[in-house]
Design a protein around this ligand. Structure first.
Ligand code: SF4
Ligand code: SF4
Length: 444
């Protein structure tokens, strides 16, 4: 086999994914949504509604005030009952818009559109209009980072390939897998729009070989066509879904350190983002909902299509509640997600679904004690970014941010491979990610 990508691990045998991918996606509309005006790590918005305003599903409720922000729209029709000020993990103030449903337009199922059932003729869609629509619809990367999608397409670089990330390499997560299985035509139409928006030669939709059914489904849709789309099945290895790892594995190219994939003619988008582009550009629906995997130690693991702002506690309720005594609740996957709560009940769980919330994973909390590094070198062997995690960790503990920088901590993709393999149970990924954030903050 040709060179795949450096490092990486095999954290699961697939049984964790089977918890949630055996049943169809359930659609759920809550009576109340709490929509944060920060939908991604750097994506700050300000509310453009006031308490007492009536809003319809799809109405604009937030406008960006930072470079990484994107429009936010109401996920349900109702009345704005509260605009409260919350704090994010760094103590920064963020507004949350609370909408109470009024029973108009929330119960009826959106009718199935043509683009959900067949390949659409896109010859009438101009590049500029597609990009403008992506911006208007508040579409951000749904794979995790949440960067506004349209900015990637405003590049001046010549783009050759769109890589559509359907790898979903994190354990437990199945929301992308199920989305492809149930919305294959919308995904392909979205991918074709991305090809048009970029002027790329073709798109390559990338799956791990534990999702051959989803890959086969899309292959069936494009078979006997001349569409500029290729389906690629790759060996399962974490973190294939990392942008640099995907480029390395699929195109056998390297994204230079400190540069974006566009610098070598590549744009990468998550498969959910492609569907969201079709929903907006063809269907006229801004990004107001997403599929969330709720899994792990819950009674009924599954995938839910819910409005942005659906409270986490409600999602756990839908899934039948916790099944372990002492639970750790993670937003996102167990490797890269962030911990929402340790211990307590699901009624105490704070927060709500953001555009970047791929999953709520509930794990049994087991005590973990860090011991001194034994210099086994395992963390270095598995690091996909080619770093020496134990060295950066020592520098981070010493608060030597300049040494962290010289050891290339900014190249860390926070994949968690180093922490996963460390026999001394050292919190490497956490401390290195903190150091990286600090370096970038100094730089800014
Ligand atoms: S140092 Fe960063 S990129 Fe390398 S394994 Fe650890 S978390 Fe992943
Ligand atoms: S894996 Fe853990 S014990 Fe081994 S070198 Fe890295 S930090 Fe040290």
């Amino acid at each position: 086999m040709r060179h795949y990508f450096h490092g990486g691990i095999h954290p699961s045998d697939g049984t964790d994914k089977r918890l949630s991918n055996q049943k169809p996606i359930r659609v759920y509309t809550p009576q109340v949504v709490e929509v944060s005006m920060k939908q991604s790590p750097g994506g700050f918005c300000d509310a453009v509604v006031n308490v007492g305003d009536k809003v319809a599903k799809g109405d604009l409720i937030g406008k960006p005030v930072s470079f990484s922000g994107a429009n936010i729209h109401a996920g349900i029709s109702g009345t704005v009952t509260e605009i409260r000020i919350d704090q994010d993990a760094y103590g920064r103030e963020v507004k949350t818009v609370v909408i109470q449903a009024d029973g108009t337009g929330n119960e009826k199922k959106d009718s199935v559109c043509e683009y959900e059932e067949k390949i659409i003729d896109l010859s009438g869609y101009a590049r500029e209009d597609i990009i403008a629509n992506m911006k208007e619809g508040g579409i951000i990367g749904l794979g995790g980072a949440g960067f506004p999608a349209h900015i990637k397409y405003e590049t001046k670089e010549k783009i050759k390939y769109i890589l559509v990330n359907a790898a979903e390499c994190e354990p437990y997560l199945t929301c992308d897998h199920m989305l492809v299985m149930e919305h294959g035509y919308a995904v392909i139409n979205g991918v074709l729009l991305l090809v048009k928006a970029s002027g790329a030669d073709k798109a390559i939709i990338c799956f791990e070989d534990n999702k051959k059914d989803a890959a086969g489904h899309l292959q069936d849709i494009i078979s006997n066509t001349e569409l500029p789309v290729e389906i690629k099945i790759l060996p399962t290895k974490y973190p294939l879904g990392g942008e640099r790892q995907l480029v390395e594995a699929v195109l056998h190219m390297e994204v230079p350190a400190g540069k974006l994939p566009a610098s070598i003619g590549v744009i990468i988008n998550n498969v959910g983002t492609a569907k969201a582009v079709a929903d907006m550009v063809i269907g006229g629906n801004p990004l107001t909902s997403r599929v969330v995997t709720v899994t792990g130690k819950v009674r009924e693991p599954g995938n839910y299509l819910v409005p942005i702002g659906t409270r986490f506690t409600e999602l756990i309720n839908l899934s039948g509640g916790f099944t372990a005594e002492n639970c750790r609740v993670i937003e996102g996957g167990p490797m890269t997600g962030h911990c929402l709560q340790i211990g307590g009940t699901h009624e105490e769980l704070m927060g709500s679904v953001a555009k970047t919330t791929s999953a709520i994973v509930v794990l049994e909390d087991t005590s973990k004690v860090e011991t001194p590094c034994i210099r086994c070198g395992e963390c270095e062997r598995v690091c996909p970014a080619g770093l020496a995690p134990f060295k950066i960790d020592f520098a981070a503990i010493e608060d030597d941010i300049d040494l962290c920088r010289r050891l290339y901590a900014t190249e860390c993709i926070s994949c968690g491979c180093c922490s996963y393999v460390c026999p001394a149970k050292r919190e490497l990924a956490y401390r290195i990610t903190e150091a990286k954030t600090e370096i970038l903050r100094h730089k800014a």
